[in-house]
Design a protein around this ligand. Structure first.
Ligand code: NDP
Length: 286
């Protein structure tokens, strides 16, 4: 069974080593990649995510700026902060930790980040570039899943990939990346009729729903590759995925655990996107 587990910690460690090497190369040319993270409010989960991004950024030798704003911050003040970072040559990536307090329009904030610094890949310009198959920033979670599949040697060519979930940050970009990799892609959501009959056709099944253990044995075809994006805090206080791991692992050919699967990949790809942004700025003399 153990050989079936796709170890996100191990793969993300390899990605981070490569990023570190890239950072060192760029620093030798006099340029340090910089990532700015803005946190509005004191939500403990968001605060923990921001802390871990800050630690990783520094550990890889990059410049890290964390801006902590009070929960009562106005949209105008946040926009002003983003404007400042857009013009700061030492910053190559800007990330606004979501969710934002209700007085702030999330879409307006995302659209205010310069697309060339949008290392989260949420800006409509980058979403459009992904759809058109153009160079741009790709959201970190689906990008991390592609990196996992690649390093595991999963050939997507002609395979049926089923994505459960259609959010802008996971489901939709995931489907687009799988399509670009020549998979035949089906996207499912809360209105999908007879979900198990569709997921059972999947050679590669991606669960990005946010409902603990909803993908069970009956949803999975023999030998499918199962990727669990879900992060759900269970009644036991621990983190659980969208996949009922114990019932699915006997049928799957490979599966990601929660925690230790997709989660660590997301942050590694954020680092990779920040390096990519700094390299591009350097090439373009910015
Ligand atoms: P959203 O809530 O934005 O989207 C959830 C999607 O699941 C929606 O498209 C929804 O359909 C669909 N859905 C809900 N219920 C069902 C159902 N019964 N059957 C089929 N589809 C259903 O979530 P996100 O995409 O932002 O995140 C999904 C999960 O991934 C969450 O647990 C989140 O915490 C986790 N996550 C993990 C990350 C990581 O780094 N590992 C990063 C980002 C997210 P509809 O559109 O019809 O409402």
């Amino acid at each position: 069974m153990e050989g079936k587990i796709i170890d996100g910690r191990e793969i993300s460690g390899l990605v981070k080593e490569e990023v570190k090497e890239g950072v060192d190369r760029l620093k030798a040319k006099g340029r340090t990649p910089g990532l700015a993270v803005i946190l509005v409010g004191e939500d403990p989960a968001s605060s923990a995510y921001v802390g871990s991004k800050e630690r990783t950024t520094k550990a890889l030798g990059m410049h890290s700026e964390v801006i902590r704003l009070s929960s009562g911050t106005s949209e105008a003040d946040l926009l002003a902060e983003i404007d400042r970072l857009n013009r700061d040559a030492a910053i190559h990536g800007i990330l606004v930790q979501l969710p934002l307090p209700e007085q702030i329009d999330e879409q307006r904030i995302i659209a205010a980040i310069h697309p060339d610094k949008d290392v989260d890949g949420f800006h409509p310009v980058n979403a459009g570039r992904l759809m058109a198959g153009m160079e741009g920033f790709v959201p970190c979670t689906p990008l991390g899943i592609m990196a996992m599949l690649e390093r595991r040697g999963v050939d997507l060519n002609g395979k049926h990939a089923v994505v459960v979930g259609r959010s802008n940050i996971v489901g939709k970009p995931m489907a687009m990346l799988l399509l670009h990799a020549n998979a035949t892609v089906t996207i499912c959501h809360s209105r999908t009729a007879d979900l198990p009959s569709i997921t059972r056709q999947a050679d590669v099944l991606i669960a990005a729903v946010g409902r603990e253990g909803m993908i069970g044995r009956e949803h999975v075809k023999e030998d499918a590759v199962v990727i669990d994006v879900g992060i759900n805090r269970g009644e036991d206080g621990k983190l659980h995925g969208d996949v009922d791991f114990d019932s699915v692992i006997p049928v799957a050919s490979a599966i990601t655990p929660v925690p230790g699967g997709v989660g660590p990949m997301t942050i590694a790809m954020l680092m990779s996107n920040t390096l990519k942004s700094a390299e591009k700025a350097f090439r373009e003399g910015r």
